[in-house]
Design a protein around this ligand. Structure first.
Ligand code: HMH
Length: 210
């Protein structure tokens, strides 16, 4: 019996809800988020995406060649995303050359540690990381400016299609996975869910230079 991404979502609804529904996103949708909190998230997410890019590059290095199309498109989109983060930070006069907060460090360290796990577990983590933002930014409904473009970046239909492809790739890798590998993939899913929840909460821990 294989494991699928949909089964992970069905078996762990609470963990996934906490990853994708948070006051931070609701306050963006209501336009009531404090700029300091939004800016804290923005800077920390830029630092996260740098390490996430490295994570995706390591996945590419062990992926079957028929997965290259999707993964290379993902890497290319991340190149644009990093440049976009720099533009957004400059607009808000934010210093990107800053320390990671403990939660951001933990998440980045966790992505690093996944390189010791089989491809199926890494592909599952990649799917979960992207789905968390795809659903998280979509669920509250349309967001007012200046948050519209943030919600669109991860909530747009092309990004949803990309996440669907990541799901297919993870499912294919999981389809012939041993019990042990399935457990590693489940652990990856649950760790991503927990770290996503913590990452939203981190926005409320404002550091002095933001
Ligand atoms: C914390 N999770 C976090 N940041 C992101 N930018 C994504 C997922 C989606 O790439």
């Amino acid at each position: 019996m294989g494991l699928t991404c949909q089964q992970l979502l069905q078996k762990h609804p609470q963990a996934w809800q906490e990853a994708t529904i948070h006051p931070f996103l609701q306050e963006c949708q209501q336009g009531t988020i404090q700029p300091q909190q939004f800016n804290t998230w923005l800077v920390q997410d830029y630092l996260f995406v740098i390490d996430f890019t490295r994570f995706l590059a390591r996945i590419l290095a062990i992926a079957p060649p028929h997965n290259f199309d999707i993964l290379l498109a993902g890497l290319s989109a991340l190149k644009d995303e990093l440049n976009w983060f720099q533009t957004k930070a400059a607009e808000r006069q934010l210093q990107l050359n800053t320390d990671k907060q403990p939660t951001c460090i933990e998440y980045c360290d966790y992505m690093q540690s996944l390189s010791a796990t089989p491809y199926a577990a890494q592909a599952t983590a990649l799917w979960a990381i992207e789905l968390a933002y795809n659903q998280g930014w979509q669920l509250p409904g349309a967001m007012p400016p200046p948050y519209t473009e943030f919600a669109d970046r991860w909530g747009n239909p092309d990004f949803t299609t990309y996440v669907d492809f990541l799901e297919q790739q993870a499912d294919a890798a999981l389809s012939n996975a041993s019990e042990e590998v399935q457990q590693q993939a489940t652990a990856a899913f649950l760790n991503v869910a927990r770290l996503e929840k913590d990452f939203w909460q981190m926005a409320y821990t404002v550091t002095s230079d933001q």
